[in-house]
Design a protein around this ligand. Structure first.
Ligand SMILES: [Zn+2]
Length: 234
């Protein structure tokens, strides 16, 4: 049995350990949020690149149209020129130029028809992608809201745990409490208060000296000579 003064300290330690675990797990909320936000950024990027594909095709189409218009303009000018030329060779040369421009317009128009079909397909695919991505984003937004709510709950519970710890501290002998507090600063891996059984420290599992063992058995405050944890009789 632990000594009477150790019993409230052990109760305090178990609350402190729970509180420590809870505080550590608080870190999981921002980590989880960051992960979700990363996923959302990826989805938005996917959406942006799908929209860019359609935009690029439209830009290409606009360029084709302005090329065709420029060719048509040129044809009009050449025809006006034809009205003014006197020599037959010059007239023929202009006709030749006009014909090749007409051919160019035909080519552009053929390609434009194919491109228009492609744009229609791309737009239909984009609509499907947009819908799917919006659904994903909505699910992520819901997850973020749930994380916020979980964190708020958690923090509320945490403040209850802190109150509990304060209550327990009031029950511990002041001198013992200050020793316990300094151990929490010293020992990297709690618990700081561990049982001694068969001459062995319950923290580092090494054998303690006979003097320490005798102190602990006499219910005096004593520390493991290897790891420095406070010992109690189990
Ligand atoms: Zn030890």
């Amino acid at each position: 049995m632990p000594s009477n003064q150790m019993i409230p300290l052990l109760a305090l330690q178990s609350r402190d350990l729970e509180l420590r675990k809870a505080v550590l797990s608080l870190q999981s909320f921002p980590q989880e949020r960051e992960r979700i936000e990363g996923e959302m950024a990826k989805e938005r990027q996917r959406l942006e690149s799908a929209r860019n594909n359609v935009r690029e095709s439209e830009v290409l189409r606009e360029r084709m149209e302005s090329d065709a218009e420029a060719a048509a303009d040129k044809i009009r000018k050449l025809k006006n020129q034809q009205l003014e030329v006197r020599k037959n060779e010059e007239y023929q040369a202009l006709t030749h130029e006009i014909d090749s421009l007409k051919l160019r317009i035909d080519e552009i128009e053929e390609k434009e028809i194919i491109l228009l079909d492609e744009i229609e397909e791309e737009k239909a695919a984009l609509a499907v992608t947009e819908q799917a991505i919006e659904k994903e984003l909505e699910a992520h937004r819901k997850t973020l809201a749930r994380i916020d709510a979980d964190e708020a709950d958690f923090r509320e519970r945490l403040s209850g745990m802190k109150e509990d710890v304060e209550g327990r501290r009031a029950e511990v002998d002041a001198d013992l409490l200050s020793k316990y507090d300094s151990l929490w600063k010293q020992i990297k891996r709690p618990p700081v208060l561990v049982p001694l059984a068969n001459h062995t420290c319950g923290g580092c599992h090494l054998r303690v000296s006979n003097e320490i063992d005798a102190e602990v058995q006499a219910f005096n405050v004593a520390y493991c000579d290897s790891c420095g944890r406070m010992l109690f009789v189990e």
